[in-house]
Design a protein around this ligand. Structure first.
Ligand SMILES: *[C@@H]1O[C@H](CO)[C@@H](O)[C@H](O)[C@H]1NC(C)=O
Ligand SMILES: *[C@@H]1O[C@H](CO)[C@@H](O)[C@H](O)[C@H]1NC(C)=O
Ligand SMILES: *[C@@H]1O[C@H](CO)[C@@H](O)[C@H](O)[C@H]1NC(C)=O
Ligand SMILES: *[C@@H]1O[C@H](CO)[C@@H](O)[C@H](O)[C@H]1NC(C)=O
Ligand SMILES: *[C@@H]1O[C@H](CO)[C@@H](O)[C@H](O)[C@H]1NC(C)=O
Length: 250
């Protein structure tokens, strides 16, 4: 099944869908505060714990128009109630922190057990379910893609594809606000304040970002970031090999 839904100003959409249970995926918030004197390739410090791990390119405005990656949905059975993890790919959210376009899968555990939801974000702070009818199970091979193919940064799309079934789901956006196109990201993240679910390993394969000038950026060469817990203890271990990014929960 394919559905296309045409623009919805993100704030209205998000508040209507999440009325009463707003979620705060503050990638941008935490990243915006990153001190510039952080150790190279480690955007972590004890006062400002990052809530995402993975690979990020930081380039000038107007660089990226497409980011994609494929991963196998991990099983989070047995994790602590209320723990979460997000796997996503996206444009912006790093050096351009005000607005971002991400697509991903939310892994969450409540009192009845684990659940897996498709997810996207256009805007800066709120996560949103992609579509309730996109049914995700552990072991699914999922391709995530976001792009601004129209040649401007105010309109774009987020897409999730089930490579086992060729089913896909797309959302198109048109906004007053422009993306910067500065960052390409492949990450695993947590909600601020919520325990990080042990997601095992999330490996993005066929990961690539496309620039307006035709250049292709694999994760190789991007900045690597880890999530750290109390006492600066690393909670993840990221490795990159060509067009693959592997994010392992320790
Ligand atoms: C999980 O979250 C719900 C809703 O916020 C809360 O009512 C419940 O106490 C939490 N459970 C645990 C085990 O933390
Ligand atoms: C737990 O998650 C499932 C799947 O999302 C949902 O149907 C159920 O209502 C949730 N239960 C509670 C107590 O929040
Ligand atoms: C992907 O396909 C598998 C196998 O048919 C199915 O079990 C799963 O629900 C599908 N997931 C999505 C996101 O469509
Ligand atoms: C951006 O591109 C989209 C798709 O081509 C178009 O519909 C929209 O009007 C454009 N917006 C601006 C501000 O140029
Ligand atoms: C980068 O792009 C954004 C969005 O188009 C814009 O608001 C910002 O001023 C630009 N920054 C620079 C340094 O050009």
């Amino acid at each position: 099944m394919r559905f296309i839904s045409v623009l919805i100003p993100s704030f209205f959409l998000i508040s209507s869908v999440l009325a009463g249970r707003r979620e705060h995926l503050s990638l941008s918030h935490d990243l915006a505060k990153k001190p510039t004197n952080a150790a190279p390739n480690r955007l972590a410090d004890s006062n400002n714990t990052p809530n995402w791990a993975g690979a990020i390119w930081n380039q000038p405005n107007g660089t990226f128009w497409l980011v994609t990656g494929t991963f196998i949905v991990p099983d989070i059975t047995g994790q602590m109630v209320n723990s979460t993890a997000y796997a996503s790919v996206g444009i912006d959210g790093g050096t351009c922190a005000d607005i971002m376009l991400h697509a991903g899968v939310r892994l969450t555990v409540n009192s009845t057990g684990p659940s897996y939801d498709a997810w996207y974000m256009w805007g800066n702070e709120f996560a949103n379910l992609f579509d309730p009818s996109v049914d995700i199970s552990p072991g699914d091979t999922i391709r995530l893609t976001v792009g601004t193919p129209g040649g401007n940064e105010t309109s774009g799309y987020a897409m999730i594809q089930n490579l086992s079934t060729e089913k896909d789901s797309i959302r198109n956006f048109d906004s007053q606000r422009a993306l910067c196109g500065q960052n390409a990201m492949w990450i695993a993240a947590r909600l601020s304040g919520a325990p990080l679910a042990n997601f095992g390993t999330v490996t993005f394969t066929e990961a690539t970002a496309e620039a307006h000038n035709g250049q292709t950026y694999p994760p190789q060469g991007a900045t690597i970031t880890e999530i750290v817990g109390p006492g600066d203890q690393p909670l993840t271990s990221v490795s990159v090999d060509g067009d693959e990014v592997s994010i392992r929960h320790l």
